[in-house]
Design a protein around this ligand. Sequence first.
Ligand SMILES: NC(=O)c1ccc[n+]([C@@H]2O[C@H](COP(=O)([O-])OP(=O)(O)OC[C@H]3O[C@@H](n4cnc5c(N)ncnc54)[C@H](OP(=O)(O)O)[C@@H]3O)[C@@H](O)[C@H]2O)c1
Length: 250
Amino acid sequence: MTNMTALITGANKGIGFATARQLGALGMTVLVGAREAERGRAAERALRDGGADAVFVPLDITDAESVQTTATFVQTEYGRLDVLVNNAGIVLADGTRGLPSETTVATMRRLYETNVFGVVAVTNALLPLLHRAPAGRIVNVSSEVGSIAVMTDPAGALFELTSVPYPSSKAALNMLTAMYAKELRDTGIKVNAANPGYCATDLNGNNGFRTAEQGAEVSVHLATLPADGPSGLLWGFQMDAGGGYGVLPW
Ligand SMILES: NC(=O)c1ccc[n+]([C@@H]2O[C@H](COP(=O)([O-])OP(=O)(O)OC[C@H]3O[C@@H](n4cnc5c(N)ncnc54)[C@H](OP(=O)(O)O)[C@@H]3O)[C@@H](O)[C@H]2O)c1
């Protein structure tokens, strides 16, 4: 997979960093999107020390100018983009339990700025360059908590979870994934949502029972799908099916 270029947002740590490491090990040039320069440069150094062709790209996905600068940089330096992993995401601890009745509009707005609007901004800015690749791949890092079917299954492990801000942002991301896949169905570009499973990262106080490397395997699988692979799926870790990987319901 040499001569291929992948942009991973939020790649300075966690699942994004592990995704950059794994795609780099496959021979791709990995563009390490990070919103803070020192963290981005440190990640670039660590990836290069591990043998990857890694390049730090300053990218705050909530900043329109930063997104446009990134698209211009990729166009100038590489002329196309093979893989876009929309990985950057946040959870907000705002002092509530996130119950629908307690949820504030301010929290929803802040979460959606990153988890939803940022993905639209980055995807639309990079889409012309993905069209120039022979087999563009878009991976939206989502979650099983964004699956309405999983969250409302009385027999499922997540039925007791009633939080709204983060799950609804991932549900919106799932719909984005399905609609981008539909729009692009007659092109070579595949668009899928990844469910990494509950991974120990800063996002959850390192409480997950999977590793960031395991979570990244899901994104890498979807980033390297063959020409006859699927598009428009939520795919990844299946907690309710006892582990293993497969398609999750929307
Ligand atoms: N961990 C899990 O169990 C789990 C499960 C399902 C889905 N996910 C999803 O997996 C993705 C990666 O999360 P993670 O667990 O690896 O969390 P993490 O370790 O907290 O990493 C999140 C990354 O996103 C970056 N980021 C946040 N806002 C950004 C912005 N506006 N612009 C650019 N980068 C930004 C962070 O940068 P800074 O270092 O600058 O903050 C960091 O690099 C997220 O989309 C998350 O929702 C995680």
